[in-house]
Write a new protein. Sequence first.
Lengths: 468, 485, 422
Amino acid sequence: MSLAIPVGLNNSTERPGERAPLVLGDTTYHDITETVCQVAERKPSKAWVIGFLIAFALLQWFGICILYLFYTGVGVWGNRSPVFWGWPIVNFVFWVGIGHAGTLISAILFLFRQEWRTSINRAAEAMTIFAVACAGTFPGIHVGRAWLAFWLAPYPSLNLWMWPQFRSPLLWDVFAVSTYGTVSLLFWYMGMVPDLATFRDRSKNKYRRMAYGILSLGWSGSSRHWMRYEKAYALLAAFAAPLVLSVHTIVSFDFAVSQVPGWHTTIFPPYFVAGAIFSGFAMVLTLMVPARSMLGLEKLITIRHLDNMCKIILATGSIVGLAYGTEFFIAWYGQVPEEMFAFQNRAFGPYWWAYWTMISCNVISPQLFWIKKFRTTPWIIVLITIFVNIGMWFERFVIVVSSLSRDYLPSAWAYFTPTWVDWSMLIGSFGLFFTLFLLFCRLMPIINMAETKATLAKQIHIAHMDEH
Amino acid sequence: MSDKNENKIHGVVAEFTSVASLLAACERVRDEGYTKTDAYTPFPVHGIDTALGIKPTVLPWIVLCCGLTGTATALVMQIWMNSINYPYIISGKPFISLPAFIPVAFELTILFASFGAFFGMWLLNGLPRFSNPVFTDPRFDRATDDRFFLYIDAKDSRFNQTQVEKLLADTGSDYVQSVVEDESPKKVPKFIVTTWITVMVLSIIPLLIVLKMRVTNSGSPRFHVFYDMDFSPSKDAQQNSTLFADSRAMRPDVPGTVSRGQMDLNFQTGIDVDKLTQIDPLGAERLVFAVNADVDPATKDEKPEAAPPSVMDTTPWLKENPREITLDLVEKGQQQFGIYCSVCHGLNGGGNGLVNRRAQKILAATWIPPSSLHQEILYADKYPDGKLFNTISNGIRKMPGYASQIKVEDRWAIVAYVRALQNSQNASMDLVPKAKQKDLEKKKSEIDKKLKEQAEAEKKAADAATAKAEAEAKAAEAAAAKDPT
Amino acid sequence: MSHSRPVVKPADDPAFTLPASLSALSFPMLVGGLLALVVGWAVGTYGENAKIGMSAYLTAFMYCLTLSIGCLFFVLIQHLVRAGWSTVVRRIAELYMVMIVPLAILFVPILISLLFGEGVVYRWDNPSYAEVNHLPMASWGEKSRWLNQYWFTFRAIIYFAIWSGLAIYYFRGSTEQDQTGERSVTDRLQYWSGPATMAFCGTTSFAAFDWIMSLSPFWYSTMFGVYMFAGCVLSAHCLLCVSAFVLQKKGAMRDEVTIEHYHDLGKLIFGFLLFWIYIAFSQYLLIWYGNIPEETEWFFHRQEGGWVYVSIGLVFFHWLLPFLGTMSRHVRRRPWAMCFWASYVLVMHYVDLFWMIMPEAHKAVPSAAPAHIGVVGIVASVLCVAGMLSLMVGLVLQVAGQTKIVAVRDPRLRESMAFENL
């Protein structure tokens, strides 16, 4: 089972006609099981405990802020006329965007037979679900009377005697995000069942065995089961791929179907999708690069994986840049005064600082990934991806706030200022995200063992054929 | 133990260490004619379907049906809810606006299809199934780690334990074992049942509370979560409010804004500003500044005086009323004139309004009587409409300006009415429309006739009176003559 | 799992050369194509007016151009992602992609009509356009800084320069490898594929704005470039599928292109059909929902008269029918069925372009009888596109005759031949 390994652990160069290995070292199937299971089976490290405590504290703070909001009303936010969609919607779009990479890595890369996805898809899918949970919080608490949020559902109401308004993009959003959350959860869980069975079969403790036994639904690894499982997985991937596109498309409809200058532009759907993939991959890298070295996963999440993800960031970052440019060009080409003003205002108006932060983080910083050195040096990757995340948050801020604060009615123009509650909720949502993610690291298989083993099997098969 | 279980042999399992040896064994077993076989692997093995002769699944068809159900559900739901059961129009779109229904239809298609794929797969696989005879083998735990197992079921028609074991050993397996009945207790552990029941009971409680609330009437007033949302504090015009720094509840115009239709300088000043700019650029600039500053209370103090009308009036006043003269306009002017002007100038514009009469009566010393509007110098040829407008707006001599009380367009209406008033005093017949001339002449002749009759009657009466008086005088004379004393 | 790797035939194997029966077609196709093109243009111009004639020409040109740049994109993206499966069909795409050079020459008539005519194809080219349509002079002045004949010509030259440069560079690299078999060639082509793709995306987007969107000078849609791009990529995959099928029928590359490749092309066609409707629907929905007159104008004209049937027909026949047709794995694994659906989509792609371009010519001729215009327009368009396409294919056959039809020494050829779907 030994394989020719390039020097060190760097498999990012590939001679045409040969494929660089995706599982490095003298790794066997059992090594993969060991490497992944030890993450959950050993005692939590100090770093994990500290990280978890911080995240959990932030989560509590988030909860307190939400209670304060419910008790006092939405006035505790900086949302004022005309910017009624302030930070809550910015945060919502930001988190939904982050929630795109997981299912994208799983589904689209699966459909394109990108085998390098196998060692990162699990964590990315988990990240998707947690990000969607963070995202779902914001519109929920933004509706004002959050305890009546169930009015969004089309249920036969005895009080209202009427139905939700299906021509509203906000309702499409409810359907899109909840469908996305549900399908991502199914996809994630289904992918995890064989690995949970591995956990079950390795557990020494009776209760642990029982818990993983229930979660793994009695999976035995039967070939008939695998056959149907793979079919179902491929089908789910085929649905999830257009679903990923549709979700951010519909989020973009929230803006683009209106007539607000700077919002009503037809490129929004693909541009939002590209932006979402961009930010999602950035978040995956921000999390996975430190996790990879802290949890000892270098042989499974190799430099080539990082290199590929950086390339995707570069590609989507450039698409986003092209879309910014197109918007500007068409605003001028269209010669509609309001549109021209909206775009001038973005770049040179009161929010110029947000705009130029966005441009430098989203368009300029990923261009550094043209240089291979940057794509293969972990700390630089983390640095750039953090900038990308900041930039993508600012992109949503620029779209939401700069357009709303300068709409058609100049008498209503105002400058938006966030309050401490806005800040707390943004930071608190990170608490929610990291709490869930850290728990996931401890409790679930963070790498798809079954698929990684299949990749290794293929690698062995090819090596075997080359020997003959 | 072994005696008991030998009757319950489910099949034989063999362990392999690599994919290649497993595949070779599978092919061999298949070629031997065994059909009830299965392989257990830690990951999906490419090519095992053919090696074992596994038929493709019907799952895609189930999923297709689920997906189409989703599409149909979404479309029917939206059309029925928004177009039939509770139809209403939003943003001018038709009741059944298909493009707007597509996103939800797409989402539900995907959702239903995904449910179909997910649950369909488990259903076809017969999972969850927590008890499986193959799990009894202690080495089988490695089927999810790094070992590959081939299993031949005892139900296979060709099954014969010794033959099968030999065959499997021949394929190169080091470990061949018969699979026996799982003898672990069949009962679900008690604590699971207890927890399950507790959770179920607890989860029903909120539902019961809601249901109870739905059917119960309560005498106590409802609880207001946001008091000020349910009872919003509304203010009257002159009240003060703590909400704004200037403590006024009524908000002034926003700085820098202009009301609709108020951008026209000529219209606002009554002066042809373009011409003024040519004659007197400085004056024009001041005028423009004054007009703009006028709407900005913050800079009101800095407002320079509007250009005072000089003696030699060179100001290019608008010669014509910029508003279209209609009956409505003149009537509006009449109404406004009645409200604001008539108190001094009198209803007929003669300068003898109530205030004037009162001033005369009390012999007010400083009183300057208001002008009569029927002087020649105030006629349109000498006193252009624009100047008249300016006078109404900014006042003249003792008369104050009315710009802050009367809207611009209404001031122009007053100008129109004043012209009508002036004309009414000096109208000639040719000003009257042809159709009405006859009418008027008829009326005039009637009035003339009446006047004439009246005059005649008066004359007659006077004559009669004179005659009577004369007669009386004569009679008196006669009486005096008869009675010399 | 196959136990042995497929054997790569030697580079001079007859399976890799263009079958003689096809190269014999080249000359007749060139002559016939040119003839049909001229006749088509003449039918439009003299049967109706110069605008109809030139618009039919433009439609045919855009059709061939989208196929060609679609293939260019295909080649770039295969290098960008270091794809292994596609190597056996990549040369076909490379042959179509170099057609960008003759297409640049075929663009000259459009430039001539622009430089010497007044508003023959593009309404903004008419100096009195703004006046006749009572356009606000200030914004028209700004706009004509972009939409004027010289700057337009300059931009067209830029686009063609970039595309031809890329096409020739990648074609040369690939044919050079046929001789030498150097791996470094693949490395070099891969190295440049990133910037090349970016240059491609920028130019395609702006070319779509210039050549089709500006037909309606005051209409704008930021998504339009993406819409064009979706059509390009979809039709390029269809073209590869049909070409591979025809070549195999004639006896070439029978062992190299397998059912697996048709299956994969089928999946991509299926996927890009979905992508096309996604872009088309998003564009329509946003404009329909926003309901701003400047924007709805474009779709409004496509709902007038007979055009409404074309508009609705596109949804059903450009998307729904082929989408359902290619959904099944069983269809995708049958080469003849995939060839049928690919040819069908190629026809619908033409209808799509016809729907984008011709209503603008139609609208500009208010007085004539609509039925008459319709017939003449359709005859002219069909002749033009048949002519231009046959001209292009004739040239492809010429070039293919002088080189191989498979990248015979590509280091990934063996991987491509061995490739299997899930």
